[in-house]
Design a protein around this ligand. Structure first.
Ligand code: F6P
Length: 342
């Protein structure tokens, strides 16, 4: 059996560990052959494949990014796009099936292709941890570690200058990175999209920390919106590709906090640093296990499904179950952390 592996959408620490896991299991246990697909669905549509052997994946579990490259191409667009053309392209290259490693958009495209008869299975990835069917997605732990380390650093400079420090983290429409990094770093305010807050509420927590002699540390998720200001926030506009343009909220909050509390305030946007570099040990293990199980799923011809983490087990979930509603932070998770802010 010859299988194509692709990574699509935004990159994420652990992608290479998945690729290594698939290739090692597939070649040793099942005598499979692999091709790498360049730049996600673009490579599928254009038949841009190259051989991928055990030798090519040596030492990859600790390497950030993706050796395959990635893109946000829609496989249904363009002259050579669509399931019928893709089936011909795969057949011409002798490729029997695809493993698509990606987030919501990638898995939605994979689902449509699977429904149109293409042999494809998925491996979920996202630093945002916003996919419903997997308890954790690889990349998330690394992003939380990076954000926590950054906030630890912001705290010492904040303490020295008696400033309020605001860290803006990624997460798209969900607040998992902010919540976990906020708890880990001991933030005094955690702002997440699932729990809109007013400026007064934020400033009250800032003042309370300052009154205890602490330099207030605020973590804000890029998708956060002030209560009552949902429509007015410019950071919720659409970009040229019709995707919600996020980010910038930290820089909006900082001057307001300073104006209202009188405490000098600085904002830091962590941005893509949260996605770059080597994956954490947790993400290496999770990504590797997903890769190993994806090879098993190929043998079982479990097309139209993705491998996922449930508890400590790796299971298979139909694409349909995995897509749709996002895995948002439940309010009780925010509220249990609220005792820390007091
Ligand atoms: O989905 C992962 C993510 O890093 C989000 O947290 C962030 O909003 C987005 O991707 C950034 O996308 P891009 O790399 O296209 O700027």
């Amino acid at each position: 059996m010859k299988i194509g592996i692709l990574t699509s959408g935004g990159d994420c620490p652990g992608l290479n560990a998945v690729i290594r896991g698939v290739v090692l299991k597939g070649t040793t246990a099942y005598d499979m052959e692999f091709v790498g697909v360049r730049d996600g669905w673009r490579g599928v549509v254009e038949g841009d494949f190259f051989p991928l052997t055990r030798h090519d994946v040596k030492g990859l579990s600790k390497v950030g990014g993706t050796i395959l490259g990635t893109s946000r191409t829609n496989p249904y667009e363009g002259e050579r796009g669509g399931a019928v053309n893709i089936a011909k392209t795969l057949e011409a290259a002798g490729v029997d099936g695809l493993i698509a490693i990606g987030g919501e958009g990638t898995l939605a495209a994979a689902n449509r292709l699977a429904n149109d008869g293409i042999n494809v299975l998925g491996v979920p990835k996202t630093i945002d941890n916003d996919l419903r069917a997997t308890d954790y997605s690889f990349g998330f732990d690394t992003a939380v570690n990076i954000a926590t380390d950054a906030m630890d650093r912001l705290r010492t400079t904040g303490d020295s200058h008696k400033r309020c420090m605001v860290a803006e983290v990624m997460g798209r429409h969900v607040g998992w990175i902010a919540l976990h990094a906020g708890i880990a770093a001991g933030a005094h305010v955690i702002c997440i999209p699932e729990k809109p807050m007013t400026m007064d509420e934020i400033c009250e927590q800032v003042r309370s920390a300052a009154s205890r002699g602490r330099a207030p540390l605020v973590v804000v998720s890029e998708g956060f919106t002030l209560a009552g200001m949902e429509e007015a926030h410019s950071h919720k506009g659409l970009d040229a590709f019709n995707r919600p343009r996020l980010g910038g909220i930290g820089e909006l909050l900082a001057p307001e906090i300073e104006r209202i509390t009188g405490i000098e305030t600085r904002a830091t946007v962590l941005g893509h640093i949260q996605r770059g570099g080597s994956p954490s040990a947790f993400d290496r293990v999770l990504a590797t296990r997903l890769g190993l199980h994806a090879a098993d799923a190929v043998v079982d011809e479990a097309w139209g499904q993705m491998v996922a983490m449930r508890g400590t087990d790796i299971v298979r979930v139909p694409f349909d179950e995995a897509l749709g509603e996002l895995n948002t932070v439940p309010l009780y998770r925010y509220e249990e952390a609220a005792a820390l802010f007091g």
